[in-house]
Design a protein around this ligand. Structure first.
Ligand SMILES: [Fe+2]
Length: 283
């Protein structure tokens, strides 16, 4: 099964393009919309690299899959859907996240039933991608609505594991839960040793290249799990999370991503605005 991974250095995020070679049907996982916080300018540079490949490879885009409502980058799902078609999809618990942040941002217009997405995916649900099957695995913890996608033999794991030498995703966002994260990590490790697990992020050291995929066997050696049972992991995760600052783009990213990455409507002067809630999140 062909997989191409694209790394966005500004947000340390991976987008993945997967396709069925015989039928030419494709899915994108976690596309990135570029956003310059200083100027509040968006651009489609990262997404257009993927779109160019879809056209060059003569692929039909079926699905734009989100592993969760990202807090560290804006999603380009709406832009890609407009250019290439396909259905947007996210985990079925998305309304939990929408309700939480609808309050934070006072987004009166936002329906909190997940209806902005074409598909709300449940545990065990399967989607056809040519001759491949996409299977939905609920892997909560980082957020209550996180899902992973098993496509062919590979799993796209969202924010669960990072690189084995780096650790695991934080679990302190609203609805996050270190115990649930531990269970999701164990679930991913229950697959065969050679199963490729594709990351959502990588944070390479200076001079090192980002690395998109590790096997289950490699993730068994993840530094956050080494020699630790559930209680030790949960304690470690909570201690680390208490020291972490909010991601740089959490405020623009969440309010866009919970609405399936549609940007806010323009106001009477033709300009669209994002909100910055004061004293609502973080420390
Ligand atoms: Fe995330």
């Amino acid at each position: 099964m062909p997989v191409k991974s694209y790394f966005d250095p500004d947000t340390s995020s991976f987008t993945h393009l997967v396709w069925d070679d015989s039928c030419r049907q494709a899915a994108i996982i976690d596309p990135v919309l570029n956003f310059n916080y200083r100027s509040a300018r968006t651009s489609n540079q990262a997404a257009d690299l993927v779109i160019d490949d879809i056209k060059r490879l003569d692929l039909q885009l079926q699905y734009i899959l989100e592993t969760h409502a990202h807090a560290d980058h804006l999603s380009a799902a709406a832009h890609i859907k407009q250019r290439c078609g396909g259905q947007t999809a996210i985990g079925a618990n998305m309304p939990l996240v929408q309700r939480e942040f609808k309050n934070v941002f006072n987004l009166a217009y936002l329906a909190s039933d997940g209806s902005q997405f074409d598909l709300l995916l449940h545990e065990g649900q399967r989607l056809a991608l040519g001759e491949l099957s996409i299977e939905v695995l609920e892997t909560p913890g980082h957020t209550p609505a996180c899902v992973s996608y098993k496509i062919g033999a590979a799993i796209f794991i969202g924010d669960t594991f990072f690189a084995p030498s780096y650790g695991t995703a934080r679990a302190d966002f609203p609805g996050g839960d270190a115990t649930a994260l531990y269970q999701s990590l164990q679930r991913l490790l229950s697959f065969p040793d050679a199963t490729p697990l594709y990351l959502c992020h990588d944070y390479p050291k200076p001079g090192e290249e980002p690395h998109a995929v590790y096997t289950v066997a490699e993730q068994r050696k993840n530094i956050h799990l080494q020699g630790k049972g559930a209680d030790d992991f949960i304690q470690l995760r909570r201690q680390r999370d208490a020291q972490l600052d909010m991601p740089a783009l959490i405020l623009p990213a969440i309010q866009v991503n919970i609405g399936a990455s549609e940007l806010p409507r323009a106001e009477g002067n033709g300009t669209a605005y994002l909100k910055i809630p004061l004293n609502q999140i973080g420390k």
